[in-house]
Design a protein around this ligand. Structure first.
Ligand code: GLU
Length: 447
């Protein structure tokens, strides 16, 4: 297998699908050497099959807004790979959603889910619906119309969607309500991220952020460092940023910046629990503005329009928002301001130039598919609880999540340790995830 040849073919076949091509390139570069030591992979054309989604559903979603006007969006579900379990991955509602974005996310999800060690294949879905400025009633009507089209493609042993950007507990509730009505079954295992009183797992909302901080702690320990007292800059103020801030505070770190599409809020004395709670209010408002934090907490949070979180001096950077949100220039600014670690919490949050810069300038870096896997891992735990019709305590879920994150870190170290003793976490995560999926595909024959 030659990465360059495969990439040339994919570029010609899918011109303009930049996020998808970027995600595939990163994985192929990491695994090329290991892959070529396995002639049986080459014979079964594992890579050629793995880079193509199993199937993509695309559908029209029509709904009526509060003014009585008819609105039309496009919905998608990309079922990427089911070698190690039913399709599993979130739904993203964002104006910029395209098939390329969902293909990259479904591809990444396949390896991430393999890293959790739970039996879950990879998928992603969503819509170009823009939640910004929408009322609660509009969100509900959109979710209902979306599920009307999707419901026959999903099922507890078939495909299990969950949340992602623009889809949280509220949206999962509306989606599940409509699924139940259409399927005429109380099939809780069909979606994860449900409310705790109707089949959801305790700690699922916190899980992505908590897991990211457990992973960060492991990475720092491995490098002989401690998170206590570290200054953390993070992007976003949604569910992931909320969970990450909560755990960072608990572990003794200081969150000095959060950001949004409108700019950055600098918090010199560190974020407080009250401010963390307020993130939930900001998310539910659909205003998509981080400035609201500074308005609510004047004197504590200082808003600067148009700036990113990466302009604020910190020890640890945690991108928690969107793909490619951290550029090479941002990476350079972070380093110039004293940052020495970046754990990607968003999916593909760092541009390739930024990753290259981190890796060649002594900055500890770990990729999203390892760092943020706690979210989908806890979705996997939710599926288990649903299948058994039981509910675990927060303590039980947290212990399992922590164990899974420690294990993911150990896999990265196993497959990513370099001759000089340092760990290439990108390589480690990609090889560990790939080997598991490839082996399963091989054993299941040419399908
Ligand atoms: N959207 C999350 C992710 O990127 C969670 C997916 C899930 O829980 O299925 O992994």
């Amino acid at each position: 297998m030659k990465t360059n040849d495969i990439m040339a073919r994919l570029r010609a076949k899918y011109p303009g699908e930049s996020e998808y091509l970027q995600a595939v390139q990163e994985v192929l570069e990491s695994i090329e050497e290991v892959y070529n030591q396995h002639p049986e992979f080459e014979k079964a054309k594992i890579v050629e099959r793995m880079v193509e989604p199993d199937r993509i559903f695309s559908f029209r979603v029509t709904w009526v807004d509060d003014k009585g006007e008819v609105q039309t969006n496009t919905g998608y579900r990309v079922q990427f790979n089911s070698a190690i379990g039913p399709y599993k991955g979130g739904l993203r509602f964002h104006r910029a959603v395209t098939p390329s974005m969902l293909k990259f996310l479904g591809f990444e999800q396949t390896f991430k889910n393999a890293l959790t060690t739970l039996p879950m294949g990879g998928a992603k879905g969503g819509s170009d619906f823009d939640p910004k400025g929408k009322t609660d009633e509009e969100i509900m009507r959109f979710c209902q119309a979306f599920m009307w089209e999707l419901w026959q493609c999903i099922g507890p042993d078939q495909d299990v969607p969950a949340g992602d950007v623009g889809v949280g507990g509220r949206e999962i509730g509306y989606l599940y309500g409509m699924y139940k009505k259409l399927a005429r079954q109380y099939n809780t295992g069909v979606l994860t991220g449900k409310g705790a009183t109707w089949g959801g797992s305790i700690l699922r909302p916190e899980a992505t952020g908590f897991g990211a901080l457990y992973f960060t702690q492991d990475l720092l320990h491995h490098a002989g460092k401690d998170i206590k007292g570290c200054k953390v800059a993070l992007s976003g103020f949604g569910n992931v940023a909320w969970g990450a801030s909560t755990k960072a505070l608990e572990l003794g770190a200081k969150v000095v910046a959060i950001s949004g599409p409108d700019g950055v809020c600098e918090i010199p004395d560190g974020i407080t629990p009250e401010m963390i709670d307020y993130m939930l209010v900001m998310r539910a408002s659909n205003r998509d503005r981080v400035e609201d934090m500074a308005t609510r907490f004047p004197g504590k949070a200082r808003f600067t329009p148009g700036k990113k979180a990466w302009s604020v001096p910190c020890d640890i950077a945690l991108p928690c928002a969107f793909q490619n949100e951290l550029s090479e220039d941002d990476a350079k600014e972070l380093k110039a301001n004293g940052c020495w670690c970046c754990c990607e919490v968003s999916n593909m949050g760092c541009q390739p130039g930024a990753i290259h810069f981190f890796q060649h300038n002594g900055i500890l870096f770990a990729p999203g598919k390892a760092v943020n896997a706690g979210g989908v891992a806890t979705s996997g735990l939710e599926m288990t609880q649903n299948a058994e019709h039981i509910s675990w305590s927060g303590k039980e879920v947290d212990e399992k999540l922590h164990f899974i994150m420690d294990n993911i870190h150990a896999q990265c170290v196993k497959f990513g340790t370099q001759p000089d003793g340092s760990v290439d976490y990108v390589k480690g995560a990609n090889i560990a995830g790939f080997m598991k999926v490839a082996q399963a595909m091989l054993e299941q024959g040419i399908v």
